[in-house]
Ligand binder design. Structure first.
Ligand code: CA
Ligand code: CA
Length: 107
């Protein structure tokens, strides 16, 4: 939706997005019209920042902030577990390489 990647959704971007077949009907945009755009744009600069957008969705119970937070924490945990897993794998590989070197030197 944020086409120019400036971290804000302008009214033009929102209109283009909601008129794109297939995308406009995504769940959180159902009924998200210009009136609601103005409601979400709390500092009235004609853009919705991600902060404003997220806040609007939470305020209007269009998303469950607890669920989102839990997902974020779970993802962090998974990423952490994966890093630890990779490190262990790396250490095992190093161990095997050292062992192979020792065996090779003994011959
Ligand atoms: Ca933008
Ligand atoms: Ca704004």
């Amino acid at each position: 939706m944020d086409e120019d990647g400036d971290g804000q959704i302008s009214m033009a971007e929102m209109i283009r997005h909601t008129r794109t077949p297939g995308i406009g009907k995504s769940f959180f945009l159902q009924g998200f019209d210009l009136v609601k755009f103005r409601e979400a744009d709390t500092n009235n600069d004609g853009n919705i920042s991600w902060d404003e957008f997220f806040h609007y969705l939470v305020e209007n119970k269009m998303i469950d902030s607890t669920y989102v937070l839990r997902r974020m924490i779970d993802e962090q945990q998974e990423a952490h577990d994966q890093r630890v897993g990779n490190r262990i794998l790396g250490m095992v590989a190093l161990g095997v390489a050292c062992l192979a070197l020792v065996v090779a030197l003994r011959k």
